[in-house]
Design a protein around this ligand. Structure first.
Ligand SMILES: N[C@@H](CCC(=O)N[C@@H](CS)C(=O)NCC(=O)O)C(=O)O
Length: 228
């Protein structure tokens, strides 16, 4: 059994998407960020950086004491390696998945995250908004180009790189972006969104926090395009 310390944000969705995809048994432990529960001493024991997600695996393969992990990229790699799912077994496939996983964790996560901070801040800092808008657009452009002519982000199959990246690409609308100039990205977003595991992951978020943003689906975009 895995305990998932979770709240309803993109970094949290990555792990529910993975667990729902693989069917691993897990228990949700809410870390309500609105109530600052990430600073609770018991959580800091598991996640000293006071950020969720974090997991505790009570059945590690070495049969030793439970293993706790923070940082979503490290979390995704751990059960993928443990179960052999959503991470290729061959050397070159793994390198490809891991480089896109790290690309997301280091770029298409922190940059739109900073953009949201500046957009929502009562004090307006045009330099901050411009800087992070440009960087977010650049990263979306890189992603769109990568997805041209390819079904999945890395390798031949759906992987933890797709999961991690989807969680941050799906809220494109919150970053003030439109998908009109990213057709490859739009196709891939819809392919990931329509996976039953993805739908379950976002339903879990909605149940825990009805305010949690939900992905905009193709049908809604088509209605909006027809109306404009
Ligand atoms: N690099 C971390 C980032 C995690 C992160 O930023 N989590 C946010 C929510 S999406 C959080 O817990 N914020 C609470 C805080 O900063 O106090 C990861 O990938 O897991």
């Amino acid at each position: 059994m895995i305990d998932l310390h979770y709240w309803t944000t993109p970094n949290g969705h990555k792990i529910t998407m993975f667990l729902e995809e693989t069917g691993l048994a897990y228990k949700l432990v809410p870390v309500n960020l609105v109530k600052n529960e990430q600073f609770e001493p018991a959580f800091l024991e598991i996640a000293p950086n006071n950020k969720m997600p974090a997991i505790v695996d009570h059945n590690p393969v070495d049969c030793g004491k439970p293993i706790s992990i923070f940082e979503s990229g490290a979390i995704l790699q751990y059960p993928a390696e443990k179960t052999g799912q959503l991470l290729p077994k061959d050397l070159r496939g793994r390198v490809e998945v891991n480089q896109w996983l790290f690309w997301q964790v280091a770029g298409l996560g922190p940059m739109p995250g900073q953009l949201i901070f500046f957009l929502r801040n009562a004090e307006k800092h045009p330099f901050g908004i411009e800087r992070y808008t440009k960087e977010t657009e650049r990263l979306f452009g890189v992603l769109n180009k990568r997805l041209e002519g390819r079904e999945w982000l890395a390798g031949d199959a759906y992987s933890i790189a797709d999961i991690a990246t989807y969680a941050w690409a799906a809220p494109y609308n919150l970053f003030g972006l439109s998908l009109d100039t990213y057709p490859a990205l739009e196709r891939w977003l819809e392919a990931v969104a329509s996976r039953p595991a993805t739908e379950r992951a976002y339903a879990i978020a909605k149940e825990m926090n009805p305010q949690a943003p939900q992905p905009v689906r193709r049908a809604e975009r088509e209605i909006a395009r027809a109306a404009s």
